[in-house]
Design a protein around this ligand. Structure first.
Ligand code: GCO
Ligand code: MG
Length: 399
């Protein structure tokens, strides 16, 4: 019997305060369904509308086996394409179809993708805090948990002494000072390198916050610290400055969480302007484009390090961990511990242990969705404010 899409549902839930968007694809085979992550925390209701109003009517009755064809269909359906919201909606359906295919094949998703290339998917964790002492407290905790890959920054990627929240003139009254960030992050990383020597790998996220020449200067200043990578040194609008940054120094570069168009992603890879590609799976349209990016990156000597903060669901975390297992050019996987509430909503979600991320090895991506538990954490409808970040003279700055 051909397995067809019978219905598509969307659920919004916010167990850890950020709106998550989950897509459930139901089939004409009783009990067979797939789950995907369509999360764009800042446009969650818009994504839900695209899935339900625009994609669902086109997809009902389609053959679930035709993942690539349906991805292409969804990609061109709205004519204007390759941007956030549309890509997020596509991602929710795409991941669900891969989940269904692996369930039907009765194998974990990584086996469908070619099987394991490694015994574990090594993680890096966030060690962000307002003060140096608190950052060190977090690095000590990370090391005690078995993780030696430390992503280090002062909270909100500024200098020490922040209030622990994002900088936003509208809410905190604090301006962002790029020069303060540049000076303080070098000192912080020097302190950690002095403390731990080469027993740890250090990374920092510049979060697209520097003008090109400052990004080049900081990359050069960080060179003696031998980072695993410096992430998002400059705004995505300025990625054509990356070659100069590469010529200027040997600090490895990671980029990609904010990219949504394949043309930009491909340019970074084929020009070898980066060392790690860090797209957010749902923002690029799901697993189907992510595996193509991983293959392209492999051909050009670029490793993967998919974006994985709290503004993505354990479903996406699982899907990219499956891809990590099956990618010879896997680099390192970001991991942000979800709450107990999140694990109750997403039974089977990936777990962190001894510096690595572990899947439950079930057929499919292995994560289920408990609608009752999810309903306990309804989405919030607060406007996004942290992205209103301004320089000392009040000019809006990339967040
Ligand atoms: C990261 C990201 C996050 C972003 C967040 C925005 O590297 O994990 O930069 O810290 O700030 O995903 O919503
Ligand atoms: Mg980042």
């Amino acid at each position: 019997m051909r397995v067809l899409i019978e219905d598509i549902q969307v659920f919004l839930t916010a167990p850890d305060g950020q709106n998550l968007v989950i897509v459930k694809v139901l089939t004409n085979q009783p009990g067979l369904y797939g789950l995907g992550c369509a999360t764009n925390s800042y446009r969650a209701t818009a994504v839900r509308e695209v899935v339900l109003h625009d994609l669902r009517p086109v997809l009902i009755g389609r053959d679930v086996s035709r993942i690539e064809d349906l991805w292409q269909l969804m990609n061109v359906n709205g004519y204007w394409r390759q941007g956030p919201i549309n890509n997020n909606a596509i991602s929710g359906v795409d991941m669900a179809l891969w989940d269904i295919k692996a369930k039907m094949a009765n194998m974990p998703l990584y086996d469908l993708l070619g099987g394991k290339c490694r015994e574990q998917v090594t993680a890096y964790v966030h060690c962000n805090a307002p003060t140096t002492e608190e950052v060190i407290d977090k690095t000590e905790k990370a090391l005690a948990s078995g993780c030696r890959y430390l992503r280090v920054a002062y909270t909100a990627y500024d200098g020490p002494g922040g209030d622990g929240g994002y900088i936003c003139l509208q809410t905190t009254g604090k301006a962002y000072d790029p020069k303060r960030h540049m000076k303080s992050i070098v000192k912080l990383l020097e302190t950690l390198r002095d403390k731990y020597g080469d027993t740890v790998e250090l990374m920092t996220d510049t979060h697209q916050r520097l003008d090109p020449v400052d990004a080049i200067t900081l990359a050069k200043d960080l060179e003696p610290l031998r980072l695993l990578f410096m992430e998002d040194p400059l705004p995505l609008e300025q990625i054509d400055w990356l070659p100069r940054l590469r010529e200027g120094c040997k600090t490895p570069v990671a980029f990609g969480e904010n990219l949504t168009t394949p043309t930009d992603t491909h340019r970074l890879i084929v020009n070898r302007w980066i060392d790690y590609i860090r797209c957010h799976l749902s923002d690029i349209g799901g697993l189907t484009p992510a595996r193509k990016i991983a293959h392209l990156a492999e051909a050009y000597g670029v490793r993967t390090s998919w974006h994985a903060p709290l503004d993505m669901s354990p479903i996406a975390m699982a899907v990219q961990t499956h891809l990590d297992y099956a990618s010879p050019n896997f680099g390192i996987q970001e991991f942000y511990a979800a709450s107990e509430a999140s694990y109750a909503i997403f039974p089977g979600g990936p777990t962190y242990r001894d510096g690595a991320i572990w899947l439950n090895e079930q057929p499919g991506h292995g994560v289920d969705f408990n609608e009752k538990e999810a309903a306990k954490f309804p989405p919030h409808d607060r406007p996004t404010v942290w992205t209103e970040m301004r320089l000392p003279d009040g000019t809006i700055h990339t967040p």
